[in-house]
Ligand binder design. Structure first.
Ligand SMILES: Cc1ncc(C[n+]2csc(CCOP(=O)(O)OP(=O)(O)O)c2C)c(N)n1
Ligand SMILES: [Mg+2]
Length: 1034
């Protein structure tokens, strides 16, 4: 027995077994020798089965029924019927489904002849007893007569089985005495402990204003388990290894001390939600931290540091309020503890190996975070706040964009950490649209990890700040959370901090969400959530420290919810009493967290008043100093163009237009690589044929189709050392089954991606093609963030159908079309939007080309300088919109994204029926760079903004009666009709680039066919305006 205990074996039938081996056997007849073994057994069996009452009564409806067994458990149970006859007879999956502990029979059939131990004969306690027999016996008794079992078990069985006994009446049954404890008492103490772990947060002191009217759950009340004051000083020997204070080595404790410890751990100023995490290792890790460490003890030095940081945070806000009384700054007052919390998070993360943090946050407290966390020079913040002197290049008329309000701007700095390391912090610029920046931050972080080869995701970390209203209200939060564990989108865990001031503008939580907490959405992702009282700076610091530890330990998301208040209105000039009079009566006389902390430290004689005074004076004098220096502060260029990539050109600097044709041998070489499959690979028959056809195209240099042209563009760019990332729904195969970038072996299911093998020993991620989650907003935002990190990458997002881009409209409007003008940040993000009426329904067929054109910022009434050597039109416009009609032109427009000295977003109206259209083919010669080849013109081989009539009439063609300008796939329909009618007097000219409009080329065509009837098909206001402008200015 002793040996068995050491080994952690479990007695089953006639022998000792490891709990692992017993995963397949029935629960009956298990003898569990000690606490750590119980823990392992609980792992093998769904813990909810044993201890679910606590879970049953949580406020979260999701947990009302115990979840089914895990797949592994289910599999092992099914696997071993021969070995364990009882396992065959008792199918635990069925058992859970029918909700019976001894569900060898369906619920309505008569129970098998009982092989039970009568309750009165039970001589073993919970830890040394036949637990399953006990539970089965209890259930059987309850079924016969509900009031024959304890009230808690009545409720438990009622919930567990779903059976209702109308006659149930609370009727306490005198339990069996075993020593001075009973089996039931032990069980009830365990249930009480479990209840604290699951629901202790409901009793935690979280609301600084004390307005929180939450009912304390019944199951936290000892009386609920029939414990009275008389039981409080009785000792219980728990010995159950659930980690933390309740670990098996803990000596017998009185019920009173057990409850006190639980109260301290779970009901202080931090409320922990973690019992929804299914992974027991993670749960135990947290439980250990929470129960063993309790409220962390900080040394005097640590407290002085926390105090200093809180002083900076508080005085910064006060200082701004004093100097700019009427300015909107969305101050942090009421949540000043955020700053010490964030600083601790960053210091801790740096100690654990993080080298850079990408931060995304909304308006609230942004200036404070910029100044005190990111360490943007205060003099600069003050200077900008005063609308101070512009940088030298502004004075000289240089490009500065439109600018943005001060609480939207981003920046990045290196800052030293407490332990003397350096950490790079970047705050991403964001628009007003709350939460839209969340996926952008994650994408940027992922790109940083790629470029730093941080494959373990330990060095680069994302931190997202949220408001309570927006975290629960904005769908993109959920879309972003859902990227967190996807192999091509994960960043190894984001730390989320919610500034939960319990109001959103003027709206109370009861009107803004249906969940108890604003953070409940994160439970769907099994993230732990730490709610901290925002008035208790040490609690906030502790929660942030634990969040950093969690992220670095488990590489997954974690949430810190700082429950605080908003001292003023939504902004400083708003009147909050209009809508929250009662709350603001309380706030009016509520002390700032700094005062509370000073009082606490001085009362405990931790820091004397003199020291506090000198600390305050130091902070104030530095603020004043910075303010004085801000008056003559002249921003340097770096401040304005901080993230400009070295050598890349702004719109005011002329950039050379480069050719994008590729050496024919290289084309052939890449063509081979992208069409070769390993000999051992068994592709699907149809795909094998497609790949053979592609190889044939390369071989014959003719009939290159859309997908092959795209693969050639990707392959040649990879060969040149660029990183390619294509993401979106079903992009690996392609929605229209044309791409087949990833092939699936029909025998083994293994995958093969030819574009991973363009160069010898190519790093797989160099070419990434990835199916995404079914999200447009989240994924497009992610790719945008990714594209902004490094210009030497072609990042593409493909919409499933163009119209689905609607779901990501905020990213188009607030970032892609306007980001460069607002924040001087470039991106070459390429968006592929299938477009065209091909029998797929009227609105589903449109990628809303007109919206993208409407959002382009070129002036329709001014024809820009179009001289080839001075052509800055494309550098000055906000984005490019193309509707290309040939595979070769698609190849060139993709390569052009990289082969230029600036980056500009590209929106491609991509085709559906042209993917396989017989006439939509190009010869390989149109891809190469050889003089004299088709495609090569005066300048070389490059993207054609306009494709001349295919009849290639000579200058001033006399026989042409009508000139038609068109764009997109309609060209093929018009041309077919022209051929059918034999109308050689019609010239059809394709405008491939709609924005910026190719005035020069359109004018050239207009000159070739003077005084001909001209029209554009299909017409749109955008093209018509520009066409008539071009005509007028001929
Ligand atoms: C998508 C979006 N909808 C509406 C708004 C307007 N708005 C600005 S702040 C705000 C309240 C946000 O509340 P919360 O998230 O709790 O942050 P708080 O201001 O309280 O810090 C609203 C509705 C917005 N900026 N973005
Ligand atoms: Mg709020």
């Amino acid at each position: 027995m002793k040996g068995a205990q050491v080994l952690g074996m479990v007695w089953y039938r006639s022998g000792w077994h490891s709990p692992k081996k017993l995963e397949g056997c029935a629960r009956r007849s298990l003898v569990i020798p000690n606490a750590s073994v119980l823990d392992r057994v609980l792992k093998a069996y769904p813990i909810q089965t044993f201890l679910s009452p606590a879970i049953q009564f949580t406020r979260t409806a999701r947990w009302k029924t115990p979840p089914a067994l895990s797949k592994i458990q289910a599999k092992s149970l099914h696997k071993a019927p021969g070995k364990h006859p009882e396992a065959a007879e008792i199918n635990p999956i069925e058992s859970v489904r029918t909700k019976r502990f001894h569900a060898s029979q369906p619920i309505n059939q008569s129970a098998p002849a009982p092989r039970t131990v009568p309750l009165s004969h039970l001589k073993d306690n919970f830890l040394h007893g036949t637990n399953s027999n006990f539970l089965e016996e209890l259930q059987r008794m309850w079924e016969q007569n509900p009031s024959s079992v304890d009230e808690t078990w009545q409720i438990f069985f009622q919930n567990f089985t779903g059976l209702s006994h109308a006659s149930l009446k609370p009727n306490y049954v005198q339990p069996t005495i075993v020593g001075n404890q009973t089996v039931q008492e032990n069980m009830r103490v365990l249930l009480l402990i479990r209840a604290y772990q699951v629901n202790g947060h409901m009793k935690a002191q979280l609301d600084p204003l004390g307005l929180d009217q939450r009912a304390v759950p019944q199951e936290l009340d000892p009386a609920y388990y029939n414990f009275t004051e008389k039981d409080m000083d009785r000792e219980f020997s728990l010995g159950v290894s659930l980690g933390g204070v309740l670990s098996e080595n803990s000596p017998p404790s009185t019920l009173r001390s057990i409850i006190q410890r639980l109260e301290k751990a779970y009901c202080g100023t931090i409320g922990y939600e973690y019992m929804h995490i299914p992974d027991r290792e993670k749960c135990n890790w947290l439980r250990e931290k929470i129960e063993s460490h309790g409220q962390r003890k900080y040394s005097s030095e640590a407290k002085a540091e926390i105090l200093d940081r809180l002083m900076w945070s508080t005085n910064f806000e006060n200082f701004l309020a004093q100097k700019w009384t009427a300015a909107k700054r969305f101050g942090l007052e009421g949540c000043e503890t955020l700053i010490p919390g964030m600083k601790e998070l960053i210091d801790k993360a740096a100690d654990l190996g993080v080298e850079s943090v990408v931060i995304g946050m909304p308006h609230r407290g942004r200036l404070n975070v910029l100044g005190n966390v990111v360490r943007k020079p205060l003099r600069q913040i003050f200077n900008e706040f005063s609308g101070g002197i512009k940088p030298a290049e502004v004075e000289a008329g240089g490009y500065t964009g439109s600018g943005d309000v001060k609480y939207h701007l981003g920046t990045s700095y290196d800052r030293p950490t407490r332990s003397g390391k350096h950490i790079h912090l970047s705050l991403v610029a964001n628009p007003s649209h709350l939460e839209a920046v969340a996926p952008v931050v994650i994408g940027k972080t992922r790109a940083k990890q790629f470029y730093a080869q941080d494959t373990k995701r330990l060095k680069h970390m994302a931190v997202l700040l949220h408001g309570d209203g927006s975290f629960s209200g904005q769908g993109v939060v959920y879309e972003t959370l859902h990227l967190s564990d996807l192999v091509n989108y994960s960043t190894g865990g984001t730390v989320h901090i919610v500034v939960n001031n319990q109001v959103a503008f003027t709206t109370d939580p009861k009107s803004s969400r249906s969940s108890p907490y604003c953070t409940d959405v994160a439970k769907a992702l099994c993230a732990p959530i730490f709610h901290a009282n925002g008035d208790d700076v040490e609690a906030v610091v502790q929660a942030c420290e634990l969040a950093a530890e969690w992220r670095c330990q488990f590489h997954s998301d974690v949430v810190v919810d700082i429950v605080c208040y908003r001292r003023f209105g939504h902004n400083e000039i708003d009147e909050p009493n209009f809508t929250q009079p009662k709350m603001y009566q309380v706030i009016k006389s509520h002390k700032p967290s700094l005062d509370i902390y000073i009082e606490k430290l001085t009362t405990a004689r931790e820091i004397g008043p003199d020291k506090i005074k000198s600390m305050q004076e130091r902070v104030m004098s530095m603020l004043n100093d910075e303010f004085n220096h801000s008056k003559d502060y002249v921003p340097k260029k770096r401040d304005w163009l901080a993230a400009f990539w070295a050598g890349f050109k702004g719109p005011e600097q002329l950039s050379r237009v480069r050719n994008t044709g590729v050496e024919p041998e290289i084309l052939k070489q890449v063509g081979k690589k992208i069409t070769q499959l390993p000999a051992s690979f068994t592709p699907h028959r149809a795909i094998k044929r497609i790949y053979e056809q592609r190889a044939q195209m390369i071989e014959t240099e003719q009939g290159i189709d859309w997908a092959t042209a795209e693969a050639l563009a990707f392959g040649t760019l990879v060969l040149e050392g660029n990183h390619i990332r294509l993401s979106g729904q079903d992009v690996e195969r392609g929605t229209f089954s044309h791409r087949h970038a990833v092939l699936h072996d029909q025998k083994t299911g293994e995958t093969f991606c030819p574009l991973h093998h363009v160069v010898e020993n190519q790093a797989q991620e160099m070419f990434t093609v990835s199916n995404s989650s079914l999200s447009e907003f989240g994924v497009l935002g992610f790719e945008l963030g990714y594209s902004m990190e490094n210009p030497n990458s072609l990042v593409l997002w493909e919409g499933q159908f163009g119209d689905f881009a609607n779901g990501a409209q905020v990213i188009f409007d607030q970032f892609l079309s306007s980001g460069e003008a607002k924040w001087l940040r470039q991106t070459g993000l390429t968006v592929l939007l299938p477009h065209g009426y091909d029998g797929q329904g009227p609105e589903h067929s449109s990628a809303r080309l007109e919206r993208f054109l409407q959002m382009s910022d070129d002036d329709p009434y001014v024809i820009p300088e179009m001289d080839p050597s001075l052509r800055k039109q494309i550098q000055e416009v906000n984005w490019q919109v193309v509707n290309v009609t040939t595979p070769a032109n698609y190849f060139h427009v993709l390569r052009r994204q990289i082969h230029r000295d600036f980056r500009k977003p590209l929106v491609v109206m991509s085709p559906k029926n042209l993917l396989r259209h017989q006439s939509c083919k190009s010869n390989l010669s149109e891809f190469d760079n050889l003089e004299g080849h088709p495609g090569f013109d005066k300048q070389g081989t490059r993207f054609k903004r306009l494709i001349k009539d295919s009849n290639n009439h000579t200058d001033n063609e006399p026989g042409v009666r009508r000139l038609v300008f068109c764009s997109g796939k309609v060209y093929y329909e018009l041309d077919e009709e022209r051929q059918r009618l034999g109308s050689l007097d019609v010239a059809i000219c394709r405008i491939e680039q709609l924005c910026p409009f190719p005035y020069d080329l359109v004018q050239r065509e207009l000159k070739r066919y003077p005084s001909k009837f001209v029209f554009h098909y299909p017409s749109s206001i955008h093209q018509m305006q520009r066409l008539s402008g071009a005509k007028k200015n001929l």
